[in-house]
Write a protein that binds this ligand. Sequence first.
Ligand SMILES: Nc1ncnc2c1ncn2[C@@H]1O[C@H](COP(=O)(O)OP(=O)(O)O)[C@@H](O)[C@H]1O
Ligand SMILES: [Mg+2]
Length: 344
Amino acid sequence: MAYARMLIETEGLTKQFERRRPSRRPWDIVKRRSVPVPDPVVAVDDVTLWVRAGEVYGLLGPNGAGKTTMARMLSTLLEPTAGTARICGFDSLRDAGAVRARIGVMFAGERGVYWRLTGRENLEIFGRLQFMPGQAINERAGSLLEHLGLAEQADDLVETYSTGMKQRLNLARSLLHDPPVLLLDEPTAALDPAAARATRELIRTLQGAGKAVLLTTHNMHEADEVCDRVGIINEGRLVAEDRPAALIASAGIEPRLELQLRGDVAAARRNLAADALWWGEVQEDGTIAVAVSAPAGWRSAERVAARLTEAGVTVIESRLREATLEDAFIKLTGSRLGGSFESI
Ligand SMILES: Nc1ncnc2c1ncn2[C@@H]1O[C@H](COP(=O)(O)OP(=O)(O)O)[C@@H](O)[C@H]1O
Ligand SMILES: [Mg+2]
């Protein structure tokens, strides 16, 4: 098998931000000065990874994990504190121009396009900025607008677009010059389910076309579905990296039982202590949602239910689930994605 080229490479990539707080000294307050204080934030901490041509790599992690900071360093927008980032062999600091010509970048948020122009005009301008010939711009813009479901509104002003439409236009812009490397920061974050699905399909097409795609996401279903490999990032550190199925397998995760309970929280906790408790939360309606290991499948489930009933806790609903990437994430980081971990 031919060894595919590494199009994205980082080595020991690190970004440290100084925390700035308003000073308490009167003179600084008068001058509205903020001064650096110790304990900097290490947003990205010694990350080494690579992405091959024809590979979709997902950087999966909760809010504040350092995903956007990674994407900004790779796209030359932010200077690393230490380590290196290379795109197609070009260094993001020394050869920033060569890097920019080879990447398509999309950041979450709506400010990647001009609101006072139409969708099509936006793509024309960005195409010219990339020195694309006029005909190539027209053809490519037309096909991308079609592909991303924007054909009908192509000649409407962007300010009339919904958030999801602006985001899709943003994605079209990043793909316009057909770059070999795509850096997509939460590309489906503001999209409705249908648009998110279309975007995921498009990303798979890019993979088929031999692009190297690095996408960030806090959505584990997305990571599982779209990515060839996933790097789990937590507090700036890459804590695990593999194919989604391998991550699940290597975390040694058993099937788990999800229960919805009504009754005394303390009694439930006492009676579940013997089983490995994954997580538990008291819901708004006063019921308790818990997940426990169920190594013996339904037999474990019956045993757990019997013990809870004995303790006066009602099982409203129970569901047996195969391990998912989210389970692997919980196991590896001790926290849940996209929400706080709150043990009962
Ligand atoms: N410009 C900045 N100045 C100071 N701290 C920052 C800056 N940008 C990000 N951070 C901090 O770095 C950490 C990682 O942020 P970010 O990369 O945006 O995470 P994510 O994209 O995974 O949500 C967070 O703690 C965030 O507050
Ligand atoms: Mg982010």
